[in-house]
Design a binder for this molecule. Structure first.
Ligand code: PRX
Length: 665
């Protein structure tokens, strides 16, 4: 790829354009912009026919569907509703008897560097055996199973085994707290939990099972009959007789054959909790048929997947990226993938680059936060610089989860991609199931910091507050105008919240509201995401609700009277959490303030998880409010950024608190 123009006219206008090389275009699955345009035209001419074709070509149906899209109960859309399918069969069984059968499905690299390889055939046997173990413990179609596992092959096996039986999994990221586990067990109505005694991260052995125990001890989890415990390490963990079973115990004597249970295409494959703008996380419900279709198709299109590729998505299975591009997409597409248990900085910050070299990774997909932190590390220590590793196996790079700043993009392009690997900047969400907007590596000219164009069949647009289209070059609200197969079906237990959050009446009730602002460039009509328009923060690519953190802070009733949380830009994590706190005692300063700040951070870690710990804590006698009592969040955001306050503060009830709130702990 050549750099055609190299001027940045301002921070907002990016003029560098990187078209794919001719050779890349020629070999690509979607080859050149005319091929992309043709797919878009197909979707425009016959929307349902387009999706039906993809669904027939990409998935094996035990009962073929006759109806593609049912809009009769919009926005509760149904796709391929009378068809029957099994997700696990489409990831594993369908490859048996093909060239993929004996291909490596998973190259697993443990935290300590131990590598194990598992073929598709072996994976099918392991998933089947575990599914039989679940079945033997009464788990059946429709049951909800909570998974709280480390990033291991066994985590993927647990998900696939649930899918095989038609049981609905709900994976909780291993960094969430006992309370978060308990709340999700209750909300989802779990009958079983699959966990691990410990997890290994950065050479440390951290408990998981003990956190499940602690969560269940908080009450309300009586529906859980079995806790399956994978023994990741040799260290014993407490086991409750009758309820808790080790993997080896339940697998003993189970057959490695288990017929996949066909389910309706709309049957929920999983429920994954994510933060919204209120205090309570939302259980995003995904379908089986439509979800899996898009996970598979985007593997082929976005990553231009070829049989010889070695794919590596670094996301944890606790997030949507780990669902679509670790647990399901790569397997449905028959790819060889790397699964990595550890962290990018252990034993040193060159781990990712060394692993790319070791496993000859060809498609590497990670988050901007990881890239930014590795840039910092590489700049400080030449030994962990990507230039030290042989990265010649790479052909495509990907970015996900947050906006990638052009500087980080350029570094990724130069030092990791050696100026020959297209970077696919994929915009999507937990709710969208798979990629929505992204360059196609063999077609779309790249512009750093832009997710470029919607995938064929995704009808994205930018509108104003009432849903009217906005011309290119002007910022507005990102919406999707037509349903797509992998979209969220509902919020578990809360269909009203689903309607209100994603299909607001003010905008006509028919547009899917992503919750992000965006702008399209005047020249290419490329999309650039400008950030969330609701009270959701994006910290290291993880979604956090400001109200969720505020609720956690005020739950510390002996100490906290009031709290307001805002985000501020951070060089590495994208956004950082900044909490403004009013205590039930005089405003502290110095060492006392530091000690209380620590206590509050630990508290939030216990309530939600360490990822929700505020980076900055500021204390005041009061929060800045208007005379009508509304917290002036804009002002707090300026304070958090360290800006000089130029806004009108005349309506502020008590202007003196601004100087108190200027001090960070
Ligand atoms: O704000 C957008 C940002 O992440 C949000 C979705 O977060 P989550 O549901 O946790 O899913 C993350 C992984 C898909 C979006 O609303 N976001 C995600 N990808 C991008 C992005 N912002 C800019 N560019 C992206 N490529």
């Amino acid at each position: 790829m050549s750099e055609q123009q190299s001027t940045i006219t301002s921070g907002l206008v990016e003029n560098r354009v990187f078209p794919p090389s001719e050779a890349f275009v020629k070999a690509a699955r979607v080859s050149g912009m005319p091929a992309y345009d043709a797919l878009c035209a197909e979707a425009a001419q016959d929307f349902e026919g387009f999706w039906a074709r993809l669904a027939r070509e990409n998935l094996n149906w035990t009962k073929p569907f006759t109806q593609t899209l049912d809009e009769s109960q919009a926005p509760f859309y149904k796709w391929f509703a009378d068809g029957e399918i099994n997700a696990s069969a489409n990831c594993l069984d369908r490859h048996m008897g093909t060239a993929v059968e004996n291909k490596t499905a998973v190259i697993f690299e443990a935290d300590d560097g131990t590598v194990t390889k598992t073929s598709y055939k072996e994976l099918l046997a392991r998933v089947s055996q575990f599914a039989n173990a679940l079945k033997a413990h009464g788990i059946q179609k429709g049951d909800r199973v909570l998974i709280y596992m480390p990033m291991t092959l066994e985590g993927v096996i647990a998900m696939q085994a649930c899918a095989r039986l038609g049981a609905i999994h709900s994976v909780v990221f291993g960094g969430f707290s006992a309370k978060a586990v308990q709340e999700r067990i209750i909300d989802v109505g779990a009958v079983a939990v699959i966990t691990s005694n410990y997890q290994m991260r950065g050479g440390k052995e951290l408990p998981l099972k003990a956190i499940v125990d602690e969560g269940m001890a908080l009450g309300g989890c009586e529906a859980v009959k079995t806790v399956f415990v994978y023994q990741r390490t040799a260290t014993a963990c407490p086991m409750l007789a009758g309820r808790d079973k080790t993997f080896s115990e339940v697998l003993a004597g189970q057959s490695a054959d288990c017929a996949p249970v066909p389910v309706g295409a709309e049957h929920p494959l999983f429920i994954l909790y994510t933060s919204g703008s209120t205090g309570k996380p939302k259980g995003v419900q995904h379908s089986t048929g439509g979800y899996l279709l898009w996970a598979k198709v985007t593997m082929d299109w976005t990553f231009d997947l070829k049989p010889e590729d070695v794919f590596w998505c670094t996301a944890d299975i606790g997030w949507i990226t780990g669902h679509s591009y670790v647990a399901y997409g790569p397997l449905a597409a028959g790819a060889t993938q790397i699964i990595f248990e550890g962290i990018p900085t252990f034993p040193n910050a060159g781990r990712f680059w060394q692993m790319i070299e070791r496993h000859k990774c060809s498609i590497f997909y990670t988050a901007p936060t990881a890239i930014r932190s590795l840039i910092k590390a590489a700049e400080g220590d030449a030994k962990v610089h990507p230039d030290r590793s042989d990265l010649s196996s790479l052909r495509i790079l990907g970015s996900v989860g947050e906006p990638i700043n052009p500087e980080a993009w350029m570094w990724y392009h130069k030092h990791v991609g050696h100026e020959k690997c297209p970077i696919v900047d994929t915009f999507w969400q937990t709710e969208t199931g798979g990629h929505m907007m992204t360059p196609l590596p063999g077609a779309t000219p790249l512009v750093p910091g832009s997710c470029t164009l919607p995938l064929p069949g995704i009808i994205a647009a930018i509108v104003d507050e009432v849903g009217n289209d906005i011309p290119n070059g002007t910022g507005g609200i990102l919406v999707v105008k037509r349903p797509w197969p992998s979209m969220i079906r509902t919020i578990w237990n809360d269909p009203e919240r689903f309607k209100k959050s994603y299909f607001p009446e003010e905008m006509g009730g028919k547009l899917y509201l992503a919750g992000d602002g965006a702008i399209r460039s005047a020249d290419r009509a490329y999309f650039r995401i400008t950030g969330r328009i609701d009270d959701v923060l994006n910290v290291s690519g993880h979604r956090m609700g400001t109200m969720e953190i505020e609720s956690a802070l005020v739950a510390k009733t002996d100490l906290v009277a009031e709290a307001a949380v805002v985000g501020r830009p951070d060089d590495v994590t994208g956004e950082a959490i900044c909490a403004f706190v009013v205590l039930k005692r005089p405003c502290p300063s110095g060492d006392e303030a530091k000690a209380i700040a620590k206590e509050l951070r630990d508290w939030v870690a216990k309530e939600i998880g360490p990822i929700a710990k505020p980076k900055d804590i500021r204390f005041g006698e009061n929060l800045p409010k208007t005379r009508s009592g509304k917290i002036m969040r804009r002002l707090l955001r300026s304070l958090a950024k360290g800006e000089t306050i130029t806004q009108d503060t005349s309506t502020l009830e008590n202007p003196a608190i601004l100087s108190q709130l200027g001090q960070t702990y």
